[in-house]
Design a protein around this ligand. Structure first.
Ligand code: SF4
Length: 493
């Protein structure tokens, strides 16, 4: 038997046993064209390892959707609202990431202004340090910001500009924090290194740099790894305040530099995005002896258990009582509000392709609506991310790593989800295939965090699935999907 015949025989046998194994083999065109991608996809299956190969360089020609190290650093730091974010490099790096996160601000809007040294051919030949210094002095003269983050891009790494030295000199001249972020895009195939470099920039230059004493409050914490996308923070912070907790700072959503500078005085760090921000929490524990808790404010149960964990940490009788009361009241409101959406969504099949922690932290949120996650995956998952995914998803779920766009197309076509949850890069592919889509990445415009966010979440899913637009599509396949991809369906990728 050939390898392909063996595979088909295995699947037939599995199908007869009635487990996942109802899933048919992956499309031949993907397997034929990119055999090296096979180990990056797997099904969760009892007794098997059930995690895909990951954290590897993407295959040339596979058109990965990944970002670069600089992009990874930028998304962590950009939500600091009153800082200047200066991109030292050609204009494309700045344009590509300008406003990359839909992070909202309750005060300063300075972070929304794009700054670049716009390096040109002459700068590449003779070096960009003089230009960088001129730009830093000019920015400081016009804006007087509390901090300027200076991001190194690929070309800066290649020509060897001494970013650290220029920032040091500029800091002396301006007396403001000028912070080098050594985020040259090529430093790793995994943008997670960028998250870590952003964390280092905060740890080395901002956290602990203010010795002004904060108010004498017995219960203070920092929310780490919450970026206030679409106002998510504003669904979490009021809950903590009702419990009697003072939020000292958020790293980094809706934050100000001086708040982060004082964040080392908190009693506790809670970590929402464990993909990007575990590193900062671990380092703050080492350096400032601040313990941390991993939390998840997506979904009813996870929000409730996160609040309980925080109350248990402070172990204050009054807080424990207030927390239980708060959870009870909020859950009553949510359950009433989501009822109509729940009825419409129950039983729908979902494909999730999102950033690291969301690939597992969203699973419970779908289960609470009795939706079935049939596929989940991420672009830059690490082995520990996939272990968490494996531990969370049901038997038979397809798990994928760094799927190129055409591979995703073939997977969606084969497994026919009723809904895709992903980001802007996958949005139009799903819609053109006639599959309802819900944005869950940076471009989201609705808050999904906390109890109130969960009502928005259910409403958004229902709007996507029940949209009348699906009644007005002309070309329908037998299964109700539109096939806009006939011209590419046999493409080799
Ligand atoms: S830093 Fe490098 S990889 Fe990233 S956008 Fe700029 S040129 Fe591209």
């Amino acid at each position: 038997m050939t390898k392909e015949q063996h595979k088909k025989a295995d699947n037939t046998k599995n199908s007869e046993n009635g487990s996942i194994l109802d899933f048919s083999p992956l499309p031949d065109s993907i397997i034929d064209a990119l055999e090296s991608r096979e180990k990056h996809r797997c099904f969760k299956k009892e007794g098997k390892q059930s995690t895909p190969d990951c954290n590897k360089s993407s295959i040339p020609g596979a058109v990965t959707q990944r970002s670069c190290v600089y992009g990874g650093a930028r998304v962590v730091l950009m939500p600091i609202t009153d800082a200047v974010h200066l991109v030292h490099g050609p204009i494309g790096c700045a344009a590509y990431t300008w406003d990359i996160r839909g992070s909202l601000s309750s005060s300063s809007k300075l972070y929304k202004t794009g700054f670049s040294t716009n390096l040109q051919e002459k700068d590449i030949v003779f070096g960009g340090e003089t230009k960088l210094m001129d730009v830093l002095l000019e920015i400081n003269r016009i804006y007087h910001p509390p901090a300027i983050f200076v991001y190194a891009t690929c070309v800066v790494g290649i020509i060897g500009d001494d970013l650290k030295k220029v920032c040091e000199l500029a800091q002396k001249k301006t007396s403001t924090r000028i912070i080098p972020v050594q985020s040259e895009g090529f430093r790793s195939f995994n943008k997670s290194l960028g998250h870590q470099l952003a964390g280092d920039a905060l740890l080395d230059y901002v956290i602990g740099s203010s010795h002004e004493t904060t108010l004498n409050h017995p219960f203070t914490l920092n929310i780490v790894g919450e970026f206030n996308v679409a106002g998510d923070l504003w669904g979490i912070k009021p809950l903590l305040e009702k419990m009697g907790i003072h939020v000292l700072s958020t790293l980094t959503g809706d934050s100000r530099v001086e708040e982060i500078a004082r964040s080392h005085q908190a009693h506790l760090n809670i970590v929402q995005c464990q993909k990007s921000s575990n590193y900062i929490a671990r380092q703050m524990e080492k350096k400032y002896d601040i313990p941390y808790l991993k939390v998840n404010f997506f979904g009813i149960d996870d929000t409730a258990s996160s609040l309980r964990d925080i109350a248990r940490f402070f172990n204050d009788h009054g807080m424990l009582k207030k927390t239980e009361q708060l959870i009870k009241e909020e859950i009553n409101k949510v359950e009433d509000a989501i009822k109509p959406y729940h009825d419409a969504l129950k039983g729908k099949k979902v494909a999730v392709y999102v950033g690291g922690n969301k690939a597992w932290s969203l699973i419970r949120a779908f289960e609470e609506l009795e939706m079935e996650v049939i596929m989940t995956g991420t672009q830059n998952g690490l082995p520990e991310d996939y272990q968490k995914i494996r531990d969370t998803v049901k038997e038979g779920t397809l798990i994928v790593d760094d799927s190129p766009v055409m591979e995703l197309y073939h997977l969606l076509k084969k497994y026919k989800p009723d809904l895709v949850i992903s980001g802007a890069k996958e949005k139009y592919m799903a819609l053109k295939m006639g599959i309802p889509f819900c944005e869950f990445n940076h471009d989201r415009i609705t808050s999904f965090s906390g109890f109130r966010g969960y009502i928005n979440f259910a409403k958004n899913l229902d709007q996507a699935v029940s949209s009348p637009v699906w009644n007005y599509t002309e070309k329908k396949l037998k299964n109700g999907r539109i096939n806009q991809f006939n011209e590419v369906k046999n493409a080799k990728i």
